[in-house]
Ligand binder design. Structure first.
Ligand SMILES: Cc1cc2nc3c(=O)[nH]c(=O)nc-3n(C[C@H](O)[C@H](O)[C@H](O)COP(=O)(O)OP(=O)(O)OC[C@H]3O[C@@H](n4cnc5c(N)ncnc54)[C@H](O)[C@@H]3O)c2cc1C
Length: 396
């Protein structure tokens, strides 16, 4: 069904919605794009509460290819998103990720490494002796192998990326509306739905050629307006800010065998963990899980990094992972039941690093009818209907 309208309405102005808006108006200047964002302060948005890191060490082709493009984009943000003489600096630090594996996890690390190397990722496997030489502050008694990103991995200021994308998109003509989308005006033909317009809380109605669901953790509500079930929920994740007299030269983003992660931040560190399934309610209040620090994180880190005996927690914050409970991977593109509702959801903790490739790909899809550069169809929502999960082994 073709639409009489030209405009594209994006629901949600976090990094995903803003990246799509930026790429739409970059690829086709003059495109009519509106972003509807109910909270321009982004107080609860994942994009503002993130650990803002990027890695190449994924276990699926598509995620590795997405990251390869992502790091190139992040390296060039100063040029790509320069605006009115303002050259954004997101402070990208390519400190690498270091995955540690026990003997049980060694084979998986090797398998992942082979796939990552096939895609040209700059990663190296290090045995205990090499690890000890490079990171003498690590205790390695239970470690069989480590996988280290030598370049292309690290961390940056995610909030700055969001504001730079938004500002650049606005300079290219994108309109941001501070309002809440509350529903769709739909029509149907031959059993296929079509979104005619997006209705807003203020009473405004925005006719659209495409509507884009970039609602982050709240994306399932938007999908439900089109009668589509989306297995995406908000899962609280706490980030702890730490101070320690110990310095850890060359400290990468460390993924411990326990699943706890740690990386440098300013003069201290930040770290986090994944709660056990039984203690991981949907949309738990965004209160940090302070108890987990004493009970779980501090003992584990002090064992892994003996210099951390005198570790102090300085503070903590919590945000939602927009968790795809089906297979922990992004859900991207159109659904066969609705010909103009575009999904960009379920990033499950990877959305900041994936926003450049997904923004570019979805802009291509809407402007030309297909992906032109990187084929994002492995992330299509249809895999849910086919019960064909895309398994990512490296979920943090
Ligand atoms: C603790 C933590 C650590 C993370 N670490 C990393 C990391 O290291 N690397 C990485 O790549 N990713 C990481 N992530 C994930 C990453 O932050 C997210 O994947 C990404 O920010 C998702 O962006 P988004 O735009 O989809 O969602 P959001 O930033 O949540 O934006 C969605 C926006 O939609 C708006 N919205 C929703 N519904 C409506 C509506 N009906 N009307 C109007 N507006 C609406 C909301 O107000 C919100 O601003 C982390 C996330 C958390 C919480």
């Amino acid at each position: 069904m073709s639409s009489p309208y030209q405009s594209i309405v994006i629901i949600g102005g976090g990094v995903i919605g803003s990246a799509i808006a930026y790429f739409l108006t970059m690829q086709q200047p003059g495109s009519n794009v509106t972003v509807v964002e109910r909270d321009p302060s982004y107080a609860r948005a994942s994009s503002a509460l993130s650990a803002s890191s990027i890695r190449q060490q994924f276990s699926t082709d598509i995620n590795i290819e997405i990251s390869a493009y992502g790091i190139g984009f992040l390296r060039n943000v100063g040029t790509l998103l320069a605006c009115d003489g303002d050259v954004p600096d997101i402070g990208l630090h390519e400190g690498g990720y270091l995955y540690l594996a026990t003997p049980t996890g060694e084979a998986t690390l090797c398998e992942n490494h082979a796939l990552q190397r096939q895609h040209g990722a700059d990663v190296a496997l290090l045995g205990p002796a090499q690890l000890a030489e490079r990171f003498p502050w690590l205790a390695l008694q239970d470690v069989a192998l480590g996988s280290l990103g030598l370049s292309g991995e690290g961390w940056f200021d995610g909030y700055l990326l969001l504001t730079a994308l938004r500002k650049k998109a606005q300079s290219q003509g994108v309109r941001y509306v501070a309002d809440e989308a509350v529903g769709f005006d739909m029509v149907a033909s031959d059993g296929v739905q079509h979104v005619n317009a997006v209705r807003l809380q203020s009473g405004a109605v925005l006719p659209c050629r495409y509507a884009v669901n970039a609602g982050g953790p709240w994306a399932a509500t938007v999908a439900a307006w089109a009668g589509i079930g989306l297995p995406v929920v908000g899962k609280r994740r706490t980030v702890f800010h730490l101070a320690s007299p110990a310095t850890l030269p060359g400290c990468p983003l460390l993924i411990d065998t326990s699943g706890i992660w740690l990386r440098p931040e300013g003069r201290g560190f930040i770290c986090g963990f994944a709660p056990d399934a039984g203690n991981d309610a949907d949309f738990a209040p965004l209160e940090p899980e302070y108890a987990a620090f004493e009970e779980r994180i501090w003992p584990t880190l002090a064992e892994r990094i003996p210099g951390f005996e005198a570790l102090r927690m300085q503070g903590a914050w919590a945000g939602y992972y927009e968790m795809n409970t089906f297979d922990h991977n992004a859900i991207v593109g159109l659904h066969s039941a609705c010909d103009n509702l575009v999904f960009a959801n379920g990033f499950s903790g990877h959305g900041l690093q994936q926003c450049p490739a997904v923004g570019r790909g979805l802009a291509e899809l809407m402007l030309t009818g297909q992906y032109q550069t990187l084929d994002l169809s492995p992330l299509s929502i249809e895999r849910i209907g086919r019960n064909a999960p895309l398994r990512e082994k490296n979920v943090i």
